[in-house]
Design a protein around this ligand. Structure first.
Ligand code: 173
Length: 497
């Protein structure tokens, strides 16, 4: 048997009846897998007979194909001398983007987290920007996430000797240099070839905790392997319909030293993110011969296509099972009411994240910050707040240290930040993430001094006026930087002749 398969031979298998693809230099026969592919057969057929690595990489962990396909479908290595015929050509858009990347502002001109977003919007491939930036329906909630912070005003204290300020903390028993953790976000390789490893490396260097996403582009082990000594991780979990898979995943994470399990509870179905969906449709016009005439669902964005494994039957009755398979603290991510906060407390989990999933799930759901005021009041009435055994986290819309301090003053233990870190690495790689962390430090130092607190323990609810938090009408100061990077939804386009 020949060791190498030639590129020409692979090209012969470019149909639904015999479909070979190349991933990472290896040839796979995916004919029988076409209809099982969670993202549908269509996307595979687009690469039938070709090198699919570039399309495969951002969406799948490296071992997805080898572990899902039976070994007799692993046909062998492609002959590298013939691969030139199947590698993707550099398009005009690629060259344009390379020029934009080369001329992006130097990192020392990036002053705040909004700047990363502005640069990322320009340098990211259109589809990556659409996936990262999109939110559900009319994108009301994603904007409310910012506005809510602006409805809370500080009541700073003076003359408190703030010569030394310290913003380090412990999150679920783990040391953290910031009251901020890197929240889970999917598909990091859409933004940068190293994907989430940019987060891992920067987090390790600066003592920040990363929440590893179930749907990261990098594999779980790649990230944990890249850790420095004493670097800590949390794990975000999408619960699989096949609970054995979930059990193995959770127990593997625990064995590898992950310190907490964040179960996502606000995504039994993915929200409709129209920016993502609309671009998918545009891209699909350029499909290959083999798909002509096939009835394929045309309304899926990237995220929806890969989320079919998520179990919509997940419910409160499942919590004891999670408690039986792991000793890690369990945190429910995506709680949105006092009622559910109380159920979580009574279920004996160790905490909740008040979140609307970055505005990507139920549109016109309230902001985490607003929910926080309702949840702390309800838990306090039950003697369950403050409690060393039950922590409250908030995410969504955090762009400034002042946002962090508001959430902490109102009772959050720490806040999660997602998109800004992806934008930081999409624009500047690992250095961008490090700079984002530095910006949080600089802003925390200044804001803590101006607020009159030396340590995070000194934050008090009286240091903020949140009396307007529930008022969703009325004049708002403009969030100019945010409004400049916020991209409006687009209406249906007429086709040009
Ligand atoms: O918000 C998301 O995009 C998300 O959580 C997700 C879920 C499934 C697949 C990819 C991303």
């Amino acid at each position: 048997m020949s060791v190498f398969i030639s590129g020409e031979e692979v090209e012969q298998h470019a149909s639904r009846d015999s479909c070979w693809i190349i991933v990472h230099g290896k040839v796979f026969d995916v004919t029988d897998f076409l209809d099982e592919h969670p993202g549908g057969s269509k996307i595979i057929l687009k690469y039938a007979g070709k090198d699919a690595t570039e399309a495969y990489e951002p969406i799948h962990p490296p071992d997805a194909i080898t572990s899902n396909l039976p070994t007799d479908k692993h046909l062998g290595a492609v002959d590298p001398n013939t691969i030139t015929q199947v590698v993707r050509e550099v398009t005009e858009a690629d060259s344009r983007r390379a020029a934009l990347v080369a001329s992006r502002p130097p990192l020392d001109e990036v002053l705040n987290l909004h700047d990363f977003e502005a640069v990322a919007r320009v340098v990211l491939p259109e589809k990556a920007w659409a996936y990262y930036s999109s939110a559900s329906d009319d994108e009301i909630t994603i904007r409310e996430n910012r506005l809510a912070y602006q409805r809370v005003w500080f009541r700073p204290r003076v003359l408190r000797n703030v010569a030394t300020v310290d913003w380090s903390t412990k999150i679920l028993g783990q040391k953290s240099s910031l009251p901020v953790y890197i929240s889970a976000t999917a598909l990091g390789k859409l933004g940068h070839p190293d994907g989430e490893l940019n987060l891992t490396r920067a987090a390790g260097k600066h003592g920040v905790i990363q929440m590893i996403a179930t749907l990261a582009s990098c594999s779980f082990d790649e990230m944990v392997d890249a850790a420095v000594p004493d670097q800590q991780f949390f794990l975000q979990l999408y619960v699989n319909r096949d609970r054995d898979i979930t059990k193995r995943y959770v127990q593997h994470a625990e064995k590898r030293g992950v310190k907490a399990l964040f179960i996502t509870v606000d995504a039994p179905q993915l929200g409709r993110r129209e920016k993502d969906m609309r671009l998918k449709l545009v891209g699909d016009e350029a499909t290959s011969e083999v798909q002509k005439g096939q009835a394929v669902p045309k309304d899926q964005g990237v995220a929806r296509a890969i989320s079919a494994f998520i179990d919509p039957s997940l419910c409160w009755e499942d919590i004891p099972w999670f408690q039986s398979i792991t000793k890690m603290p369990i945190i429910l991510k995506g709680v949105a009411t006092a009622e559910d906060a109380i159920l979580a407390y009574e279920a004996g989990v160790q905490g909740i994240v008040l979140s609307n999933h970055g505005g990507r799930q139920l549109d016109t759901a309230r902001s985490g910050l607003e929910i926080l005021t309702e949840v702390t009041a309800a838990l306090r009435a039950r003697g369950a707040f403050p409690s060393p055994a039950f922590d409250i986290f908030v995410d969504g819309g955090v762009r400034r240290a002042s946002d962090v301090l508001k959430a902490l003053a109102l009772g959050a233990k720490a806040v999660g930040v997602g998109r800004p870190f992806i934008y930081a690495f999409s624009a500047y790689g690992q250095e961008g993430v490090e700079k984002a962390i530095q910006i949080f430090r600089d802003e925390l130092e200044m804001n803590m001094r101006l607020l009159g607190v030396r340590t995070l323990d000194e934050l008090r609810p009286e240091m903020v006026d949140a009396s307007a938090i529930r008022s969703h009408v009325g004049s708002q100061p403009d969030d100019k930087l945010y409004q400049n990077t916020y991209q409006p939804l687009a209406l249906a386009q007429f086709r040009t002749a």
